[in-house]
Write a protein that binds this ligand. Structure first.
Ligand code: S3P
Length: 178
């Protein structure tokens, strides 16, 4: 699939909880759509010259959100990409509005158990540090669901291969006209 009808200039932004596969799926979708891939977490780390954990520890979450907003804003004048956002970007009001207005947003709505398998013991996730992972993720899922539901498109992954999810998503984006 080359250019999308309708909105070929709009980036596609993947949103959803940590561990929902935004980066993995995003890279594959970008290849399929022949667009550059961009990961906001990586860009924030590069801009700050610190890991996300260190940013949270030294400057707090509010500072991380500000950097995340700046990274997202800097992308808006650029050629259309596939963007993997950090799990909390869409929960930030400023970033959410920007993404909703300027990109086609796709919520990766993945089962909590699958997410727990991936991130349960991951020390690099500041919002899980020192917390019981299932309880922390259940709470994040509950509070963010009403926001994630505002995404333009939603895609699940239950029982599907990565290729099949990319197929579905590419078809849905094409139907939607970008
Ligand atoms: C966060 C998710 C992380 C990262 C940061 C905060 C969140 O990104 O941005 O740790 O608030 O859910 P991933 O969703 O890529 O893990």
């Amino acid at each position: 699939m080359g250019q999308l009808a309708g909105h070929p200039n709009k980036s596609i932004a993947l949103i959803g909880l940590m561990g929902s596969g935004k980066s993995t799926l995003g890279r594959q979708l970008a290849r399929r759509l022949e667009r550059p891939f961009f990961d906001t977490d990586e860009a924030v780390e590069a801009a700050a010259q610190l890991t996300i954990n260190d940013i949270f520890e030294r400057f707090g979450e509010a500072h991380f959100r500000q950097l995340e907003r700046e990274v997202l804003a800097s992308l808006m004048g650029e050629p259309a990409k596939v963007i993997a956002t950090g799990g909390g970007a869409f929960a930030d009001e400023v970033s959410r509005h920007l993404l909703l207005e300027r990109t086609v947003t796709v919520w990766l709505d993945v089962d909590l158990d699958a997410i727990l398998d991936r991130v349960g013991n991951d020390d690099a996730r500041p919002l899980l540090r020192g917390r019981e992972p299932r309880a922390a993720l259940t709470e994040l899922a509950r509070s963010r669901k009403p926001l994630y539901e505002q995404a333009h498109l939603r895609v699940g992954d239950s029982g599907l291969t990565l290729d099949a999810v990319v197929d579905r998503l590419a078809a849905a984006l094409s139907e939607r006209g970008g």
